[in-house]
Design a protein around this ligand. Structure first.
Ligand code: UDP
Ligand code: MG
Length: 327
């Protein structure tokens, strides 16, 4: 059997503190995999610089000069983690037999790569990495993550619980992924929806070695909204449902007012009236917000803008990369 050409795609956003250390560990791991005959010589570690404002890209450039194992790709600005891994995977497409995406801080256990390759060799086109526990996360991250997975499930978007973006995709799965042209991208929902033979690998999560989490609360909320709106239209149905409930309620209130009027009872006070107006007003605003969010997404999709702009590519094979994210 021919040895697998493996590309590790590593998104990096302001990772100067941890990048050199991670690169050394990845190099060591790749060398061991090569020696064991598990991966081919043309395998690479592809760093994607997601518009970092620190020395990240300089470090990546330096690494690519030192060793052909390292390759790099740089965005013109910060497009976010999902776009960075997509760009890396699409750049690896046509070059690699399999791609594994992994975070730059190496919180995900790189020793699990052997098991990813086992599953791939046994015929899986997609292998999902699932974290054993969340002990390294704070209470806040743990709670928000749990709410997120529950909410996604409730809203009809099937995600794999405790699977972040540590996963392997085969050439076949990459080709399928490249067919999805949407701008609003949520890989954790999209990839499971593609089907294919898949398997899971459990791994331990470590503490971040250096630097801080690059996932701010704002980035997490954006990810959650993108995830829900890109995978499900159930919020629209829920807002319609709420509208119906509010209508039924108002009919009831109307009838009770008429009965009061017929019986000659004076309506006492206006507090209840104001409360109901506020309630219905609030519900209407929420529904409009939900509809507005979807219209906004349609607007963005209809423009067919590039998903990201690649400013520089170093792949060591002389090929010029397509500069936009459309293919
Ligand atoms: N990241 C990125 N763009 C961003 C935010 C994060 O490419 O806008 C990368 C980051 O460099 C890291 C990975 O995404 O490689 C995961 O981020 P982080 O470790 O900060 O998230 P956490 O582990 O706290 O969820
Ligand atoms: Mg991390």
């Amino acid at each position: 059997m021919k040895t697998t050409v493996l590309y590790l795609v590593v998104p990096c956003y302001n990772e100067e503190e941890v990048l050199e250390k991670s690169a050394a560990r990845l190099k060591d791991k790749m060398a061991r995999l090569t020696q064991a005959g598990r991966i081919g010589k043309r395998s690479r570690v592809l760093f994607v610089n997601d518009g970092s404002r620190d020395r990240t890209w300089e470090i990546i450039r330096e690494l690519t000069k030192q060793d052909e194992l390292f390759a790099g790709l740089s965005f013109s600005r910060n497009y976010g983690h999902q776009s960075a891994i997509l760009a890396g995977m699409l750049a690896a497409r046509g070059r690699a037999d399999a791609v594994v995406t992994i975070d730059a801080d190496l919180q995900q256990d790189i020793e699990a790569l052997d098991r990813f390759l086992d599953c791939y060799e046994n015929g899986s086109e997609i292998v999902y990495g699932i974290r054993n526990d969340r002990n390294t996360d704070g209470v806040f991250k743990k709670t928000t993550a749990r709410i997120f997975y529950k909410l996604m499930h409730l809203l009809g978007c099937e995600t794999i619980t405790n699977h972040a973006d540590y996963r392997l995709l085969s050439k076949k799965a990459l080709d399928a992924l490249a067919e999805f042209k949407e701008v609003n991208l949520f890989l954790r929902g999209l990839i499971p929806s593609m089907g294919f033979a898949s398997d899971v690998v459990y791994f331990d999560v470590k503490e971040r070695e250096a630097g801080q989490s690059k996932y701010t609360l704002r980035k997490m909320i954006t990810l959650a909204v993108d995830g829900i709106t890109s995978m499900s239209t159930r919020p629209l149905q829920i807002s319609t449902g709420l509208g119906f409930v509010a209508c039924l309620f108002s009919i009831g209130m109307f009838l009770s007012c008429i009965i009061d009027w017929v019986n000659g009872r004076v309506v006492a006070g206006w507090t209840s009236t104001v409360a109901i107006i506020c309630l219905i007003g609030g519900m209407m605003m929420i529904s409009q917000g939900i509809i507005g969010t979807y219209i906004g997404k349609i607007y963005m999709e209809s423009k067919e803008r590039p998903r990201y702009i690649v400013e520089a590519v170093i792949l060591h094979d002389g090929e010029k990369e397509d500069a936009n994210g459309r293919d």
